[in-house]
Write a protein that binds this ligand. Structure first.
Ligand code: DQA
Length: 147
């Protein structure tokens, strides 16, 4: 049983993408920080990134049902992938959607998330820290049954 940390397209390129939106850390560095917190909290995390919609859906179908929680940054799929939204909606597992940038402070097309309705909540604009906060929420939810 693990918490899944799932990243969509172009997030493998963090560190080279616009630092004013996405910060300077690479995905590997962000994952190290998440791993550090997970170890402190005594929970297991599994990381997955893909640039491909189908690969993300396959992973969620395979690993999602037995996961303790899912933190997902769907990247640009956020704004238009009904298929990814359906895959998330089909899961009973608690989900938090994370965006490094504040999608509500950017172009109009980024302000709509079609995937967010499958999530308990969204964290947007807090950079890499958003992933840690999302994981903390899911861990507390499972341990203490937050209502
Ligand atoms: C993003 C925001 C999306 O609009 C964009 O396409 C991304 C990253 C974020 O983390 O801020 O690739 O999900």
């Amino acid at each position: 049983m693990a918490y899944l940390i799932v990243n969509g397209p172009n997030l493998n390129a963090l560190g080279r993408r616009d630092p004013t939106q996405y910060g300077t850390l690479t995905l590997a560095q962000i994952q190290d920080r998440i791993q550090g917190r997970a170890a402190e909290w005594g929970v297991e995390v599994a990381f997955f990134q893909s640039n491909h919609e189908g690969a993300l859906i396959d992973y969620l179908q395979q690993r999602g049902p037995a996961a303790e929680g899912i933190v997902i940054n769907p990247g640009a799929f956020t704004h238009y992938s009904i298929a990814l939204r359906d895959a998330l909606t089909d899961l009973q597992t608690p989900i938090v959607e994370v965006h490094l940038s504040n999608i509500h402070a950017r172009e109009e097309f980024r302000r709509k998330s079609v995937t967010a309705e499958a999530a308990r909540g969204i964290i947007s604009g807090l950079g890499w820290h958003g992933y840690v906060l999302a994981l903390e929420h899911l861990v507390l939810l499972n341990k203490k049954g937050l209502t």
